[in-house]
Write a protein that binds this ligand. Structure first.
Ligand code: NAP
Length: 294
């Protein structure tokens, strides 16, 4: 069985790495805040002192940290995984980061004979815990096939979408759809409230029709309860919106609707709501409407 290294045990990484341990892979972990390694060590993983040490102990190194610069730090930094790799090893980065940065990391690993897949995920910490993530993979076919058993231990819908960087690009597509849909749900429900419609009945009536969506069913229901707790935090979505806008600028594509979404979420940042869930965009809509939803 391939030896797996796992870097980044945050909300997502802790569940994903645990599922690799449960699937029987030998796993070596590293996390910047060392205490987060304890539950993994209790479950049978080994703890390493640095990403470099993780790589030296592993054939396949998985990373899931926050942003582009964080992946650069754990893979390419002075104690980064690259310094512990051998030719033939594989790095799978599952963070959501810039497609352009992914490609440049791939080039540096490639110069050492190390293959890379970008494999960002959708499905949140619950999907990470339950092993039901959607995984969008970029990279060459042979490396993808070699890593499939690892993806199958962490996710349900695993799609090889193209070459290096394409996994990240498809994730950004996903994030455009998530945000435009979420703002649409908030605006539509606020309109219903202003017009005096019963919100529960309205939600039930439109959820099963052509306007139905994951955001309407799940985050729409949260809005009706006034629940702003995060499944996915605004702080992380603001990062993704920045990545989307950078990638759109690279291909000279104006994103009109996504720009409005970004400004609405920026107004929530200004109000200190970045730890709330993305459904809290209703707070910006309520300001425009001059009334609260619930
Ligand atoms: P998180 O809970 O904030 O965890 C971030 C992890 O990255 C922590 O282990 C953190 O270490 C580590 N880290 C960050 N910067 C680092 C650096 N410079 N050096 C070393 N370690 C660093 O975030 P998360 O929710 O797991 O998200 C991780 C990635 O998955 C992000 O790219 C996010 O966009 C993506 N994602 C998240 C969700 C979701 O619903 N949460 C869904 C899909 C995709 P410490 O423990 O020391 O802070």
């Amino acid at each position: 069985m391939k030896k797996i290294g796992f870097i980044g045990l945050g909300l997502m990484g802790r569940g994903m790495s645990m599922n690799l341990v449960k699937a029987g892979f030998p796993v070596t972990v590293w996390n910047r805040t060392a205490s987060k390694m304890d539950p993994l060590v209790e479950a049978g993983a080994k703890a390493a002192a640095s990403p470099k040490e993780v790589a030296a102990a592993s054939d396949i190194i998985v990373s899931i940290v926050t942003d582009s610069s964080d992946v650069e730090a754990v893979i390419l930094g002075s104690e980064g995984a690259i310094h512990g790799t051998s030719p033939g090893d594989i790095v799978i980065d599952m963070s959501t980061i810039s497609p352009a940065v992914t490609k440049s990391i791939n080039d540096k690993l490639g110069a050492k004979g190390v293959k890379m897949l970008d494999a960002p995920v959708s499905g949140g910490s619950i999907g990470a815990r339950d092993g039901t993530l959607s995984i969008m993979v970029g990279g060459d076919d042979e490396t993808f096939k070699e890593c499939l058993p690892i993806f199958e231990a962490m996710g349900k819908t695993i799609t090889h979408v193209g070459g290096n960087g394409m996994g990240q690009t498809v994730k950004l597509v996903n994030q455009i759809l998530v945000g435009t849909s979420m703002l649409g749900v908030a605006e539509a429900l606020m309109f219903a409230k202003k017009c005096g419609v019963d919100l529960e009945k309205c939600h039930a009536a439109v959820s099963g029709g052509a306007a139905g969506s994951w955001q309407l069913t799940n985050n729409g229901a949260r809005l009706l309860k006034g629940d702003m707790e995060p499944g996915f935090k605004i702080k992380d979505y603001l990062k993704d919106l920045r990545l989307i806008m950078e990638a759109a600028a690279d291909v000279k594509m104006p994103l009109v609707e996504t720009s409005v979404v970004q400004q609405m979420y920026k107004s929530l940042e200004a109000e200190g709501l970045t730890q709330k869930g993305t459904q809290a965009v209703i707070k910006a809509v309520e300001k425009l409407a001059g009334e609260t939803l619930v």
